[in-house]
Design a protein around this ligand. Structure first.
Ligand code: NAD
Length: 289
């Protein structure tokens, strides 16, 4: 590290709170070192009351950029100069790039999701998706897949929880601004969920179910709801195999994926925006897991 850092080292940040547990510093610093890039990635405890100061510091220090996580993904918007199309539609940002003082906000979770499918030679353009969840992961997945050309998305969320308004907004935005057709359902409407999954090409679970403390739960426990030729994608990557994935495997679903590829590829997309280089994803995978 001492050999790597000098007077020319370029600083990238991660502004969120709480965030000290994040694996992103290990991911990006390992990639910088592997490629011999003179960058360093540091985490900053910045809560929602201090994000304006954080962005001012980014400008003052001439940082190349930053990742943004909760609770700042929406709060950061007023302090940026431009937004990419996905960030305009999701009204949130997870990556900032500083081009000589002009700050652009990007959202790389949805592109990470799409790239992780491409990495498995899977193509969902023109296909039908069923998506459960409309939070920090479900929203960029819905908007990005619609922008990229998924033809139909059935979005399910509990009508009585705090992400229902998000789900309504996501459906409205998709139908207004993309060629994809989105429909909203209450997650409690089990017969519609079964029916929609029966007709879909990909089922993506972007809810908190399957991850700690809900690691023993799954929204779908009957293998007969799935069919062999579909994709079942769980955004969770800890555990690496969720209960949902086990059910899908029992149904002999051909392509059963966890969220690890999405996590690596959203980081790789941010890395490319800052450095112009491809992150060595296989190498980083081995370091992180
Ligand atoms: P969030 O809190 O923003 O949204 C949570 C979503 O889960 C909401 O839609 C909510 O309605 C739903 N939900 C919560 N409890 C539920 C329950 N008991 N039954 C049904 N629905 C329920 O969280 P998030 O950041 O969107 O994270 C959601 C999932 O996505 C998590 O499992 C997380 O591990 C995963 N994730 C993966 C990546 C990745 O890169 N692979 C990135 C971010 C999040």
């Amino acid at each position: 590290m001492t050999e790597r850092i000098d007077g020319h080292t370029i600083l990238i940040g991660l502004m969120a709170y709480p965030i000290r547990h994040s694996k992103s510093p290990l991911m990006h610093n390992s990639a910088f070192e592997k490629l011999g890039l003179n960058y360093v990635y540091l985490v900053f405890d910045i809560d929602g009351d201090h994000i304006a100061d954080g962005i001012k510091a980014l400008r003052t220090l001439g940082m190349r950029g930053s990742n943004i996580s909760m609770p700042n993904k929406q709060r950061v918007l007023p302090y940026l100069d431009k937004l990419d199309r996905t960030s305009q539609l999701t009204r949130s940002v997870n990556t900032i790039v500083n081009d000589h003082g002009a700050l652009t906000g990007y959202t790389t979770d949805g592109t990470g999701f799409m790239q992780s499918l491409k990495d498995e030679n899977l193509n969902i353009i023109g296909k039908k998706m069923v998506l459960t969840g409309a939070g920090g992961a479900g929203t960029p997945i819905a908007i990005q897949t619609a922008l990229d050309g998924v033809s139909e998305i059935s979005i399910f969320n509990n009508a009585n929880d705090d992400k229902w308004e998000n789900a309504k907004r996501n459906v409205h935005i998709i139908n207004e601004h993309t060629n994809c057709h989105a429909t909203l359902f209450d997650l409690k409407d089990r017969s519609s969920l079964k029916n929609e999954i029966g007709k879909c090409d990909i089922y993506c679970d972007a809810t908190a179910v399957g991850m700690k403390p809900l690691q023993d739960q799954t929204l779908i426990s009957d293998p007969s709801w799935f069919h062999k030729d579909m994709i079942v994608f769980d955004t969770v990557y800890a555990p690496l195999e969720t209960k949902l994935m086990k059910v899908a495997k029992k149904a002999h679903v051909k392509h059963v994926l966890n969220g690890l590829g999405m996590m690596l590829e959203q980081g790789a997309a941010a890395f490319k925006l800052w450095t112009g280089k491809e992150m060595p994803v296989d190498y980083i995978h081995k370091i992180l897991f």
